[in-house]
Design a protein around this ligand. Structure first.
Ligand code: GLN
Length: 430
């Protein structure tokens, strides 16, 4: 029983910052009664789901883990939430995260840090650390996270669960509090592949309320086929391994060797712009985040963001505002957009040769809670995950082993709208 597990473990792990027991029990009873009357129920019937605190759920705490929104409750359901409710998913509560999703460790939450259930005393990763920890601790079936530069995949890797960032535009962002809107995507986390693919299938699809969503045909886009012995081809990139710590590279190589033994074709391909990825990502992130925060001026939500936010959020607002000054007439931002297009073309070039790029999700092990990292050290956790957001391609993380008892994630990246191929690859590698 999830409610018992949450009661027992959440005080220590702090994966949920709000649990709505009554809502969940009422919804479960309603579904039970419909089942007993032989009425039709949705595809998520009976599944218990946690939602990252930056997605609007009516009447729940949508705080983005910031004091800025401490008194705000969701006034409507985001499109993804409407779709979950329509399929009878049971929303149990809101998960912890870095303040406004700006981080990779869940340490910057106004509601305190989340512990990693798979490696106690260490960060769970972030920013969707609560969503990954809730799954790893068995507190619910499924969670939603958001991924701007790795925030679903990074905590999935550190907590040893599945996490999926869809193709940009596959899932509606309506009702998500933006970090950087040209990167943000909502996606699922789960302990099993079926859960990931089911939830992604439910939340994805064109939404007139989010003009960046893509009109796709057919609903089976995200459902893995069961066929083994497929013809998938894999690529590995030396530059990705070079920025990664050795014990992690060893585990990745073991997996690659196994795949080769099973007869898969794995080729090595070059990627030119690894050094450009973090500066490009962060520059665009600062500018877009600055603009997204202008609505938190104290009039509607009670607090002015600059007055109450943490250090990292303030840094982004200040630098974002500086770069956006009209004296620069968009010089830095334009350069970053040019670099972004180079990076996109380069990764697409790699993907022309193979179906899936395999590599590490995060280059380092999660640090112990309480260690202080410099901003650049924190940002360097993201070097392998930001590429998918810069290019808008789908990417996922799955657990493939452990180093010193700490889970290690394998990252899989594919061409835009080939999300299903990643599902298929994970099914075959599992
Ligand atoms: N760590 C990255 C950042 O701080 C990514 C965060 C995210 O994906 N939300 O921007």
């Amino acid at each position: 029983n999830f409610i018992e597990t949450i009661k027992e473990k959440n005080p220590r792990i702090n994966a949920f910052i709000e649990v709505n027991r009554e809502h969940a029990i009422k919804k479960a009873a309603e579904i039970d009664s419909r089942i007993s009357k032989d009425e039709k129920v949705g595809r998520l019937a009976g599944l218990v789901i946690g939602i990252k605190s930056n997605i609007n759920v009516k009447d729940f705490m949508v705080s983005a883990a910031s004091k800025t929104l401490e008194n705000y409750r969701g006034s409507y359901d985001a499109t993804v939430i409407k779709r979950i409710k329509r399929e009878d998913g049971i929303i149990i509560g809101m998960t912890n995260m870095d303040e406004f999703a700006a981080g990779s460790s869940t340490e910057t939450s106004y509601f305190g840090v989340t512990d990693n259930p798979a490696a106690e005393g260490r960060i769970p990763g972030g920013s969707s650390g609560g969503s990954a920890a809730a799954i790893a601790a068995g507190m619910c079936d499924l969670t939603l996270g958001s991924d701007t530069g790795g925030s679903i995949r990074n905590p999935a890797s550190h907590c040893g669960v599945y996490g999926f960032k869809p193709t940009y535009g596959l899932v509606s962002r309506q009702g998500l509090l933006d970090l950087a809107m040209s990167f943000d995507q909502i996606g699922p986390l789960s302990n099993d592949l079926y859960g990931i693919s089911l939830l992604l299938d439910v939340i994805s699809g064109y939404d007139p309320k989010d003009p960046t969503t893509i009109k796709t045909s057919g609903t089976s886009l995200t459902r893995p086929s069961n066929k083994k012995g497929s013809d998938l081809t894999f690529g590995i990139v030396k530059e990705f391994q070079e920025v990664t710590d050795d014990p992690i590279v060893d585990i990745i190589e073991d997996t690659i060797n196994l795949l080769r033994e099973e007869g898969y074709n794995v080729v090595e391909l070059p990627f030119k712009y690894i050094d450009l990825c973090l500066p490009t990502y962060y520059l665009i992130n600062y500018v877009e985040f600055f603009s997204a925060t202008r609505k938190y001026d104290g009039r509607k939500y009670g607090y002015k963001i600059e007055d109450v936010c943490g250090e990292e959020v303030l840094r982004r607002i200040q630098i974002g505002s500086y770069i956006s000054q009209k004296e620069f007439s968009g010089k830095y931002y334009r350069r970053a957009l040019q670099a972004r297009s180079l990076i996109r073309k380069e990764i697409e070039k790699v993907l022309k040769n193979v179906d899936i790029i395999l590599g590490p999700t995060v280059p380092k092990l999660p640090h112990k809670i309480g260690t202080t990292l410099k901003p650049m050290e924190m940002y360097s956790y993201d070097i392998l995950t930001v590429i998918a957001n810069l290019a808008g391609i789908p990417a996922a993380s799955m657990k493939i082993g452990k180093v010193k008892g700490i889970p290690i994630g394998l990252q899989l990246q594919a061409k835009p709208l080939e999300d299903w191929k990643i599902m298929k690859a994970m099914l075959e590698i599992e």
